[in-house]
Ligand binder design. Sequence first.
Ligand SMILES: Cc1cc2nc3c(=O)[nH]c(=O)nc-3n(C[C@H](O)[C@H](O)[C@H](O)COP(=O)(O)OP(=O)(O)OC[C@H]3O[C@@H](n4cnc5c(N)ncnc54)[C@H](O)[C@@H]3O)c2cc1C
Length: 374
Amino acid sequence: MLSFWESKSWIENNDYTIVGGGLVGIQCAIHLKLKMPSSEVLVIERGVLPSGASTKNAGFACFGSIGELESDRRSMGEDYIQSLIMERYEGLQYLKESLGEQEIDFEKTGGVELFTSKEQAHLTNCKMMIPFYNNVMKNALNINDCFSLDKIDFGSNLLSSAIKNNEEGAINTGRMMITLIKKAYTLGVKFLWSTFIKSYTKGDKQSFIIEASNDLCIHTDHLLFTTNAFTKSLITNIEVEPFRNQVIVTRPISNLSLNGTYHMKNGYVYFRNVGNRILLGGGRHKFMKDEATTEIETSEQVILWLKSFLKQYIHQEEVEIEYAWSGILAGGNDKSPIIKKIDENLYVGVRLGGMGIAIGSLVGKRLADLVISN
Ligand SMILES: Cc1cc2nc3c(=O)[nH]c(=O)nc-3n(C[C@H](O)[C@H](O)[C@H](O)COP(=O)(O)OP(=O)(O)OC[C@H]3O[C@@H](n4cnc5c(N)ncnc54)[C@H](O)[C@@H]3O)c2cc1C
């Protein structure tokens, strides 16, 4: 049974309740508190820790390799690609400014796209597009020579060529989320962890009653969903599809020469060093049907595939895998997030895909701005 204090502080008096304690939800809460310090802002998260993508990701501070951008340019057009790059780049700047580069261990390593000896046609096209993408960066952001050819000094001889995005880098995902949560608490954002939202109904005067686990009935004037890939179970008519990504991390490797962030297969496979370990993730292009799920579990087939990829391309010697996990991202018809009002005092900020570190903070801020402007 709740005490008077618990009821008054967490349950009955909330101006804004955000469901989903990932990067978007917490940045949104921070922005609401910055703009309206006296308002009561509550974040509700089903996990003991954020349990979707924000603490599960690979920590690439990236905004696009040419291979991946090219496949989007072909389907969505040049204007779309330019605005996508700008949005991701500006999003990364905003993340670094709002939390501090040191606090998130940002390292400007560059992001390298690798091509195998069997991908010569793809490589030729990507090389040909370097001037185009450098022009985009120059015209839109005044950045010179963002993309350049690079050399490969690790891995097997199946890796033949590399193109580097010199503006990308790596962060420490855990530090990013800890810094974010600390900032939110400092501003007076309230949290309910390990609390699963089952449903919501409209109460009096356009307010909401939220039914949660542990028999909680939480009251709020405004309800915001930042539940990303898990949104469909709460809001049915929304165009959000879940997809899982699995990740492995090796034991420490002495004299590891790999240093930086790397992508292959149009971003479907990615790896980096974390100190003297290798983190490798992805492979979803090989298991599309099975990975279209919200189940946060690893599967033997994907982990085996990742291990074999590690040995074939990145590190030939036997190395033990010390960590393996999965997280869930969101996709849909296009790569843009959905930030919108869906009813009176009811909002969503969802559908963040593989570059959510870049755009997540901006999505949270834009969602807060939308709520405030209404
Ligand atoms: C394995 C992996 C690797 C990735 N690597 C990168 C990368 O290197 N670079 C990059 O830019 N992006 C990467 N991403 C993507 C990035 O992490 C996401 O786009 C971003 O974190 C999405 O943030 P979010 O806040 O929208 O969603 P989430 O972090 O998923 O937050 C949504 C939250 O809502 C909660 N929730 C859902 N339903 C309920 C409910 N009913 N009640 C209460 N709470 C609920 C969930 O538990 C979750 O914590 C990766 C993602 C994964 C999974």
